[in-house]
Write a protein that binds this ligand. Structure first.
Ligand code: TXA
Ligand code: MG
Length: 361
């Protein structure tokens, strides 16, 4: 069976040979999966519409869900976007390279297929040596969605890319686990009201500091419900990050920790006849296993106070969940909605098939 070539590189000092090979494949219209600081991306030359179409096909992504274009400098942004204000340039000089994607007006030279036919374009400059060197070697922007099958959790390791897309990619650059583990923050800068379209590693407080104005955050961006009409970002219409198993998200609501733990444990007890899995913070797993024992499969997300570690472990935990064949229902703890916690909750709400909220009293 045909398998993609996998080349291992040092994440901080990738060899020129590997980068040149990858750039050559992109130049001739092929697809390369490469690491960024958030998740692995599935890249194509952004100005080659046939190659970009292949990305949609390999991912089985609906054609109306646009891709992010990756640039290696602010200068390169002008190849894809128009009408960029001074204020935005100043903010990007601070935020880039980094996990922030901006939606701006699209230049007509960029194939419309990249943007799913919209007249806007999403762009970011990734803070990863491999991604930056690859874009520089190609000398043009790379269009790249996350390198997973549509609807699956994004890949944080090369193995995840092989699992999902192995046959459809020409080359996979393996540079170990990605740093943030959740996708970039996406903000809309073309609508009259700037808004967060997808929460990510850069939280609302940091955005306000960098841009000097506030961004609105809708319930859709928090992952509460799926859009049915025409959403501000096509991604909001689609269920995402979903494991194959039934996943119940147990949110903390306004409860304190001890009330929440009692609520979670009582919920788990009502399913005592089934084999359960629990995705939770280290502290919660310690408490639940003390009270309910080892009849549950525990998957640790990280320490409760370290939201970045939880974000980094989230997608591989969701993938591991799917491998636990005997488990019939999985439960997940919710985390605080601050900073990257907003991104974690957005992904968990979209991944879960049911949501229960702890109630006080
Ligand atoms: O961290 C990331 O952003 C990763 C790495 C590879 O850079 N990429 C990524 O791409 O997550 P993707 O395609 O999986 O997600 C792009 C999101 C989608 O929700 C899409 O709907 C939205 O950005 N988007 C893209 N272009 C847009 C546009 N012109 N207007 C509104 N939303 C857009
Ligand atoms: Mg994606």
């Amino acid at each position: 069976m045909y398998r993609a070539r996998v080349v291992k590189v040092d994440p901080l000092r990738p060899s020129d040979k590997a980068i040149e090979e990858a750039a050559g494949i992109l130049r001739s219209g092929g697809l390369v999966a490469f690491p960024t600081e958030t998740v692995y991306g599935l890249g194509a030359d952004a100005f080659n519409s046939e190659a970009v179409l292949k990305v949609f096909k390999v991912k089985r992504r609906p054609l109306d869900n646009p891709l992010i274009v990756h640039v290696s400098s602010l200068d390169m942004l002008y190849q894809v976007a128009a009408d960029i204000s001074e204020q935005v340039v100043r903010a990007l000089a601070i935020a880039w390279p980094g996990p922030l994607t901006v939606v701006l007006k699209r230049r007509a030279e960029v194939p419309a297929v990249v943007s799913g036919g919209l007249d806007t374009i999403a762009a970011r400059c990734p803070a990863h040596p491999v991604a930056l060197k690859l874009i520089e070697a190609l000398g043009r922007p790379i269009a790249a969605p996350s390198a997973n099958l549509a609807g699956r959790p994004s890949p944080t390791r090369a193995e995840h890319v092989i699992e999902d897309l192995g046959d459809g990619v020409d080359l996979i650059i393996d540079a170990e686990e990605t740093f943030f583990g959740v996708e970039s923050t996406v903000v809309d800068l073309v609508s009259p009201i700037p808004q967060i379209l997808r929460p990510g590693p850069i939280g609302p407080e940091e955005l306000e500091k960098v841009f000097g104005f506030r961004f609105s955050l809708t319930p859709y961006a928090r992952g509460f419900s799926m859009y049915t009409g025409t959403p501000p970002s096509p991604g909001m219409k689609y269920r995402h990050y979903a494991p194959n198993k039934k996943l119940v998200l147990v949110e903390k609501g306004l409860c304190d920790t001890s009330t929440y733990l009692d609520f979670l444990i009582n919920t788990l007890k009502t399913y005592s006849k089934e084999l359960l899995a629990l995705l939770a913070t280290r502290e919660t797993i310690e408490e639940v296993s003390r009270r309910l024992g080892t009849s549950i499969m525990y998957l640790t997300l990280g320490p409760r106070e370290n939201l970045f570690e939880i974000a980094r472990n989230l997608y591989s935990s969701l993938r591991n969940l799917d491998k636990l064949d005997s488990v019939s229902i999985a439960f997940s703890e919710g985390v605080e909605e601050r900073g990257v916690g907003l991104a974690i909750m957005n992904r968990l709400r979209k991944a879960s098939s049911e949501r229960i909220v702890c109630e006080v009293g």
